[in-house]
Design a protein around this ligand. Structure first.
Ligand code: NAP
Length: 286
């Protein structure tokens, strides 16, 4: 498996997104565990999760606990797996998503994630989404405190603008390791944030890279050029999409979600798909 870097840590160039295994439509636990094990078998060493990936108010952190159980029951070596979680986004249990970026809350949320993941320090902790009621510098200040205290090994942010990326990197004294923003063929408005990450040598993790849980299967019919390029290489449109993203910059590490071994194996193989300059230009323009 080809690797890329988050801070000083090498991870697989494609990660596994955990969200579909814990929110609406989630599969049974055994299928999720089998999917996570298939990802590890394929050489994936980055798993993205969040405390907010759950359904009801009674199963907060469902996805973190699931990933901890999957790692514990894996027969192989998991010492090089980086689990990236997030805090600051909440699901009260009625289907809605809310935010809380107060430093006190973020520190409490991090402690709860540490317990669920069963680790002394979280591999990568990301501030999930800006809270309009809290100055951004204060929220990121809490992430810096967690880093300084050794509670987290790497610090990241998510759903951030260029200004927020620059501010976060300043507050973290140049230690911003990753930015996780939405980026897919259908949603390209973070292209400038991606470029900034490439300039700063900060990892850029596209979320919903295939268009999101309900749209991912239709990527080829919604974006014909992706289907055409995929056909020429005898691969799926989803694999072609991930290869296109990887080619954008060496800092890009897509995190496709999955609930089936077949889909994560197919996505992991994108690291070996090289697209020509002509194909990449066609996909950029699609
Ligand atoms: N930071 C944020 O605010 C934020 C927001 C949303 C998501 N995220 C993160 O980003 C991750 C990815 O986003 P997402 O899960 O919303 O959407 P996504 O990755 O665009 O789509 C997920 C769906 O893609 C399907 N899929 C994956 N690989 C495939 C392949 N090779 N061929 C065909 N279908 C394939 C999966 O189907 P099956 O279920 O059939 O396997 C899965 O349900 C999440 O899991 C989460 O970790 C972060």
């Amino acid at each position: 498996m080809r690797t890329r870097r988050i801070g000083g840590t090498q991870v697989s160039a494609i990660g596994l997104g955990g969200m579909p295994m814990s929110i609406e439509g989630r599969p049974d636990e055994q299928r999720s565990i089998t999917t996570i094990h298939a990802a590890l078998d394929a050489g994936i060493t980055l798993i993205d999760t969040a405390d907010a990936y759950h359904l009801t108010a009674h199963d907060v952190g469902h996805n973190e606990s699931l990933i901890a159980r999957a790692l514990a029951s894996y027969a192989g070596d998991t010492s090089n797996v980086l689990v990236a979680t997030k805090g600051g986004h909440l699901r009260p249990g009625d289907g809605s998503w809310t935010v809380n970026g107060s430093p006190e809350y973020l520190k409490k949320a991090c402690e709860a994630s540490l317990k669920r993941l069963g680790v002394d320090a979280i591999g990568l902790y990301q501030f999930h989404r800006p809270d309009p009621r809290v100055p951004y510098a204060e929220s990121v200040g809490a992430i810096r405190d967690l880093l300084d205290a050794g509670k987290i090994r790497l610090a990241g942010i998510s759903n951030a603008t260029r200004d927020e990326i620059l501010l976060a990197n300043q507050i973290l004294d140049g230690r911003l390791a990753s930015v996780q923003n939405q980026f897919s063929p259908a949603f390209r408005s973070s292209e400038r944030e991606l470029e900034l990450c490439a300039e700063l040598d900060v990892a850029f993790l596209p979320w919903s890279p295939l268009g999101g849980i309900s749209q991912a299967g239709e990527l080829g019919s919604r974006f014909r050029v992706f289907a055409e390029v995929a056909r020429a290489h005898e691969v799926s449109p989803q694999r072609a999409c991930l290869a296109w993203m990887l080619a954008k910059a060496p800092v890009v590490i897509p995190i496709p979600g999955s609930t089936r071994p077949e889909t994560i194996r197919d996505s992991a193989a994108a690291v070996d798909l090289d697209l020509s300059a002509g194909e990449l230009a066609k996909l950029d323009a699609a």
